[in-house]
Design a protein around this ligand. Structure first.
Ligand code: NDP
Length: 270
């Protein structure tokens, strides 16, 4: 090969290389952003329905649950959404595991951190006179402390995303004003765990507002899941409750951060 054809070959290589780089840049600029949600307790009930609906919307979902091996519905969903659904083991009371997962996922944006996992503690364990205080500790660990620890560990992931939202599924049972209407003497652990959760999230909302992160709480209303088994009143289907909550989550921004939104879009009184 003479010098002229060598020069020509080199020029062609450089041109192709620059062209490819430019093409890559153009592609990443023109491709629409795919938001990601990370959901706790995603294997059944409301968490599973959130997973389905966010996947249907084209989002990426990091679905976490205590025992992925037994999460049949999630594992089936994975067959239809191999690129958009990842299933991760997570017990929200295991703080070491939360930190480990946060590290494992470092650099991955989480647009909506969705604290959904929750337990009631069972109504018979929280009757005045025979309270089971170990159960109270468990309820607080899952419903109240878990969401705070998740927010703390995944703050960098939320901060690094576009939508920047920390959302928790609360309950109107945590509303003190509503308790005066509904009456007392029941679900002491569950109700107070959600009231304390609300204060934690308001506190966090006020702190994170200037950093562009929105924090909010959503209430599904009485929804037909294992959580409500045997209760004798009308319940909404998870499909409907979750569609309502997704719409309400879309309306939570830094402007109305600390919002506590009922399924019908109205504020829940504190
Ligand atoms: P379910 O009982 O159907 O599901 C609860 C979910 O939480 C399960 O995936 C369960 O996982 C998970 N979970 C429990 N403990 C842990 C833990 N330590 N770590 C990780 N995950 C855990 O309840 P719902 O789907 O109905 O409730 C979801 C949320 O909605 C809760 O926060 C609840 O308080 C709230 N809510 C529900 C209402 C309703 O009417 N259903 C009304 C108001 C609020 P596993 O399968 O491993 O037990």
């Amino acid at each position: 090969m003479n010098n002229l054809s060598k020069l020509f070959t080199n020029l062609l290589t450089v041109t192709l290389f620059v062209g490819l780089m430019f093409n890559d840049q153009l592609r990443s600029e023109s491709e629409p952003y795919t938001p990601t949600t990370m959901i706790t307790g995603a294997n059944r009930g409301i968490g599973l329905e959130f997973t389905k609906q966010y996947l249907q919307k084209g989002w990426k979902v990091i679905a976490t649950c205590r025992t992925p091996d037994r999460a049949d519905e999630l594992n089936n969903l994975k067959k239809n959404y191999p690129d958009h659904l990842s299933i991760m083991q997570l017990d929200v009371t295991d703080h070491n595991r939360i930190d480990e997962l946060a590290l494992q996922l470092s650099g991955i944006p989480v647009d909506v951190l969705l604290n959904n996992a929750g337990i009631s503690g069972g109504s018979s364990n929280q009757i005045f006179g025979t309270m089971d205080y170990k159960v109270y500790e468990d309820v607080l660990a899952v419903n109240t402390i878990g969401p705070l620890k998740m927010a703390e560990a995944f703050y960098p992931h939320v901060k690094g995303s576009q939508l920047k939202k920390i959302i928790t599924v609360s309950s109107s049972e945590g509303s003190i004003e509503t308790a005066f209407k509904r009456g007392g003497g029941r679900l002491f652990f569950y109700r107070s765990s959600k009231t304390a959760l609300n204060m934690l999230m308001v506190n966090l909302a006020l702190q994170l507002k200037s950093r562009g992160i929105a924090v909010g709480m959503v209430n599904p209303g009485a929804t037909d899941t294992d959580f409500m088994t045997g209760l004798p009143f009308p319940m909404r289907k998870p499909e409907v409750a979750v569609a309502d909550m997704i719409r309400n989550i879309e309306n939570i921004t830094v402007e109305n951060t600390a919002a506590y939104i009922n399924y019908n879009g109205k504020p829940v009184p504190w």
